[in-house]
Write a protein that binds this ligand. Structure first.
Ligand code: SF4
Length: 166
């Protein structure tokens, strides 16, 4: 079987909703519409680490928005640089890195929308912002798209459209 040589990087919880804060999972396991669509398109899926469970409030955290500490931000910075090394490994061998898929309304993985108290406000999560800034410094940019878990179908459709260019 030929390799598709196409990969996408996705936020951890899109493949494993068990890492969402307690009571906030939208699916029991994977976000199936997204994963089915990527799988049918023959795209390899690379799961990003979940900074919340590794460096913040852990697996059984409550759903609360709290100020992110500087040590958490530093941890995200280090993670970003490791993620970029992985991306570059694929690009160096002429694989197509189709994009990075984050999660809207997360203060770590949000692409256009984050939380401020109970409100949604425009902004980027700390991990996504680091990834963008570090790619910018290295003079390349992989598209970053956010999945809105309150409107999965329209988010998946956007990604489907993006795939037409690859
Ligand atoms: S930090 Fe990112 S990967 Fe972890 S649960 Fe939140 S949105 Fe998902």
């Amino acid at each position: 079987m030929e390799r598709s040589k196409k990969v996408v990087f996705v936020s951890h919880c899109l493949l494993n909703q068990n890492t969402r804060s307690v009571g906030k999972s939208s699916y029991p396991g994977t976000v199936r519409e997204l994963i089915s669509m990527l799988s049918e398109a023959g795209i390899g899926i690379i799961q990003l680490p979940c900074p919340e469970i590794e460096f913040n409030s852990g697996l059984h955290r409550k759903n609360q928005v709290k100020k992110l500490s500087s040590s958490y931000k530093n941890a995200c910075k280090k993670l970003s640089s490791n993620i970029l090394k992985q991306i570059e490994t694929y690009m160096a061998k002429k694989y197509k890195v189709i994009g990075i898929i984050g999660v809207e309304l997360s203060n770590t993985c949000g692409v256009h929308q984050i939380k401020s108290g109970n409100r949604s406000v425009p902004g980027k999560g700390v991990l996504i912002q680091e990834l963008e800034e570090q790619m910018h410094k290295k003079n390349y940019q992989v598209p970053i798209i956010g999945i809105d878990l309150n409107n999965v179908y329209s988010s998946v459709e956007k990604i489907h459209q993006l795939l037409k260019y690859y």
